[in-house]
Design a protein around this ligand. Structure first.
Ligand code: ASP
Ligand code: MG
Length: 870
């Protein structure tokens, strides 16, 4: 390639700083990418400063060289390192440039002589600095040779290390910091020299003239220092991934790209575990408000992450969950000295003296526990042992390691706490050493044993999405998943195909006739029914009619071979009117009056009981009948407290301890318990759960004797948030077959509702008005909680789409509300949608289950009618 060189730049042309990490500079093809990228920035009319790391692995090799006692071994190591650079030069078909030749000679000399002359730490710094000195020299030669004149700059002439009072010799030389007041002199000096520069990351010079390092991974920080000194237009960090993610993609492949972060949030994510960015590199940019971009060298077309000043135009959300391993806790137990003036000062003085920075602090009556973060500390076991010895003079010390700190990051963490109950429950089952909520309200941290992290993290990430705490629906903030960008397979498809898209013209037509309206798509009902029919272990499937009683849906499911589960005489009648008389019926009421049972017993329904009362008081009614007993296994599950139907807090089911009494009553009245039933709740996406219920029922059934079938209820969840993983039917099948193999004598029944119809239905409504209030924008629709009460009742999440403007960019952030005189009349909060107009047709998704059936005439508004698409 032959980068054109446009007219020379004015003295005040803006600067762009571009940093390339170790893997980005290690091969010829990567350098060709760099050439192209730098040339394109230059073509924007900017001066470009390229900051590079050492070739990948070279810093480590130099550290190993430093650890060698023998001069001969050190020289060998230096030769091997030099060879890496010769090889790359060879590939580039370049002759040895002088700048590189000099560095290689210096390194050979340093290796041969050892630390004696400079002193150990200064020598180490000098040796390790050569990684970047060599890679930048090589890069200058390559870029210039390729037609882009590039000046080699010694970073040590620009970056002056500052001496901080708390530093010891080690941190001063190996983990130093730089003064970053904008430097107009530097700007002018460089502008006079040229337009494209290349320099080293990781190194600076201190007042005595010695070379210092900026800590491992410190090249990012160098780029930030240069960005601040030059007051650059932006700093670009080019690396091997497109940016920061909601979690470490290696642990959580479904982690989403974070497209926009403010400095403080990004700082928290970087400090709490994300490896993409060095935690020190944001603070220099904050004050001069220089934005930082993270980009993928191999995929420059991807948007990446932009980090800049705070913008308050999005939903409060958890932005990331990160984990830091290798955390050491120091627990200090004091008897007697606690509450004495100066105790903490004495304790912390020891940390200072050993150059150890404290991260989290927890305190109790007689105990202070702190964590040491390996990214901020040059932790080695010697330093910790020395600290412990000193601390032992003032208190009893315990060092707990290895631990891991799991951190949720997001601005305004306290306002999100109410969404986190599921996540907190997960920690309830673990040994949590410490919990800390940062004073800046940006993070919530749990310190646990290191070994649990890898399995825990993906699970927590899912829970955060499902709880609506991590608002993956906000497309302005959350980009594609790592899996979608880099994975081999596609990301999990939505459980049901988005039929709304293909049916859009039809839906708009239906809405043009009248709104509000429910629309049901029968092919989706059938699709879901067939999914469940894949469950080979299940002998009989019943549709839980309460979810949606539309006759067309009942008919379609009868055709698919489903039986029907009804909870009232009304439901039984609706089913009998719609389906052939061969379809099995279950009557499963709760606290129903005597006459309901009497009536149901006169039909073909199988009747179930879930308390002692009916047999105690109306025993004659049931004489000689076969019934189902619904038991309460003592715990509930589900997406919201109001849908959990097990446990003593719920009114359903006979408690296990009353089973014997029930059986005695049954005996007295000649009633036979033919089936056992349990149902713990709904919206459950964890496949293991049904296996447990099944096995528990089976072992109860063995005690009873007369039982021939087990009904494990419904509650199969349907994901509602973008990115939430659907229930794995194949896995569920495997779990159920396993139990079946152990208890082949029992038939297995299920009674799903929501799973079959939720995605098959939508609610169509129209935009009425808009209103701005403070920072919020309200979008009014012609129906609300009167048609769909789930958001108000369960905080349920329903995706909302502007069907009239599907192709327009989602730039507005709306609170979507209805016309009912209740503050709770909200269908969706903080929804990223296109700018709407009066009359636009809005689609509220996943409204096929518990939508129309729970609607009301409240405020005497007309009920939505129903339309079926065959
Ligand atoms: N070469 C240094 C290291 O590996 C600095 C960097 O690459 O950012 O730590
Ligand atoms: Mg790095």
């Amino acid at each position: 390639m032959n980068p054109q060189s446009p007219a020379s730049l004015p003295a005040d042309a803006p600067w762009i700083v571009m940093k390339f990490g170790g893997t980005s500079v290690a091969t010829l093809s990567r350098w060709q990418n760099i050439l192209e990228l730098v040339a394109s920035r230059r073509a924007e009319g900017a001066r470009v400063l390229v900051v590079v790391s050492a070739l990948t692995g070279v810093t480590d090799a130099l550290k190993q060289l430093c650890a060698q006692g023998e001069p001969g071994k050190r020289s060998e190591a230096a030769k091997a390192i030099a060879q890496r650079h010769y090889d790359l030069l060879d590939h580039m078909q370049l002759a040895m440039p002088d700048t590189l030749g000099e560095r290689l000679a210096d390194l050979a000399k340093l290796a041969h002589e050892g630390a004696a002359a400079l002193g150990e730490l200064a020598w180490q710094a000098q040796v390790q600095a050569h990684g970047e000195l060599m890679s930048s020299a090589l890069g200058a030669a390559f870029l210039s040779h390729s037609g882009l004149p590039t000046q080699w700059l010694d970073a040590r002439d620009c970056l002056a290390a500052i001496a901080l009072p708390n530093q010891n010799e080690r941190t001063r030389l190996l983990s130093s910091m730089v003064d970053t007041k904008a430097d107009p002199a530097l700007n002018a000096r460089l502008a006079a020299l040229g337009e494209v520069f290349i320099t080293q990351g990781f190194i600076a010079r201190e007042a005595k003239g010695r070379t210092v390092l900026l800590g491992r991974g410190g090249s990012d920080t160098s780029a930030a220092y240069f960005g601040a000194l030059l007051k650059a237009q932006r700093v670009e960090i080019w690396t091997d991934v497109a940016g920061m993610f909601t979690a470490n993609p290696r642990q959580v492949p479904g982690a989403r790209l974070l497209q926009r972060l403010d400095y403080e949030e990004a700082q928290e994510i970087a400090s709490t575990g994300a490896k993409v960015l060095h935690p020190r590199c944001l603070s220099p940019l904050r004050e001069p408000r220089v934005p930082l971009l993270i980009k993928d060298t191999n995929r420059p077309e991807l948007d990446g992450t932009v980090i800049g000043p705070e913008v308050r135009a999005h939903a409060p959300s958890v932005k990331a969950i990160s984990a830091r391993k290798g955390i050491t806790l120091v627990s200090m137990e004091s008897v007697g000295m606690w509450q004495q003036v100066g105790f903490l000062a004495d304790v912390f003085a020891h940390f200072k003296q050993h150059g150890l920075s404290v991260d989290l602090i927890g305190s109790a009556e007689t105990n202070v526990t702190v964590s040491l973060d390996p990214t901020e500390n040059l932790l080695d076991s010697d330093a910790i042992a020395a600290l412990a010895t000193d601390l032992a003079k003032v208190c009893r010390v315990k060092v707990i390691a290895p631990c891991a700190a799991i951190t949720l990051v997001g601005r305004g963490m306290r306002s999100l706490l109410h969404t986190l109950s599921g996540v907190l429950a997960e920690f309830g089952q673990l040994r949590v050493h410490m919990i800390s909520q940062s004073s800046n309200n940006l993070n919530l941290t749990f310190v646990v044993d290191e070994e649990v992290v890898d399995t825990l993290l993906p699970h927590l990430h899912e829970l955060l999405i499902a709880a609506g705490a991590l608002r993956t629906d906000d497309s302005a903030l959350f980009g594609p998943s790592w899996q979608a960008l880099y994975g081999s397979g596609e990301s999990p498809a939505p459980a049901a195909a988005w039929w709304h898209e293909s049916q859009r013209p039809r839906l708009l037509e239906i809405a043009a006739q009248a709104t509000p309206r429910y629309v049901y798509h029968l092919p989706t009902v059938r699709h879901q029914a067939r999914e469940l029919k894949r469950l080979a272990a299940v002998d009989r499937l019943h549709y839980a009619v309460k979810a949606n009683t539309h006759p067309a849906i009942l008919k379609a499911l009868a055709e698919e071979g489903f039986g029907f589960e009804c909870v009232s005489p009304g439901e039984v009648k609706a089913v009998m009117a719609a389906v052939p008389s061969s379809a099995p019926l279950l009557f499963t009421p709760n606290f129903a009056p005597r006459e309901d049972y009497a009536w149901a017993l006169s039909t073909r329904s199988t009747v179930s009981l879930d308390s002692l009362y009916p047999l105690e008081h109306w025993g004659e009614l049931f004489r000689g009948r076969e019934i189902v007993l619904r038991v309460d296994l003592g715990r509930g599950l589900g997406h919201h407290e109001k849908v959990r139907t097990g446990g003593s807090g719920s009114k359903f089911g006979l408690p296990v301890e009353q089973i014997d009494a029930f059986l005695r009553l049954a005996d007295t009245h000649g009633v036979i318990v033919r089936g056992l039933h349990a149902h713990l709740g709904s919206g459950i996406l964890d496949d293991a759960h049904w296996g447990e219920v099944y096995a528990q029922l089976a072992s109860l059934a063995e005690r009873i004797g007369s039982v021939s079938f087990l009904d494990i209820g419904g509650g199969l969840g349907v994901p509602s948030h973008p990115g939430e993983a659907p229930l794995d039917i194949a896995e569920l099948d495997r779990v159920l077959r396993e139990v079946k193999a152990a208890y082949p004598q029992y038939q297995l029944w299920m009674e799903p509702g929501r799973y079959l119809v939720a995605d098959a239905g939508v609610l169509l409504a129209r935009v009425t008005q808009q209103k701005g209030k403070g920072t919020l924008r309200y979008l009014g629709l012609d129906t609300g909680m009167n048609s769909l009460i789930r958001p108000a009742l369960y905080d349920a999440w329903h995706e909302i789409v502007n069907l009239s403007r599907l192709d327009e960019p989602a730039t507005a952030l709306y609170q979507v509300v209805g016309p009912i005189c209740e503050s709770g009349d909200v269908l969706g909060t903080d929804r990223r949608l296109p700018e709407a107009r009066e009359g636009d047709v809005m689609l509220i998704a996943q409204a096929g289950a518990y939508g129309k059936v729970m609607s009301s005439h409240y405020n005497l508004r007309d009920e939505a009618d129903e339309v079926v698409i065959e």
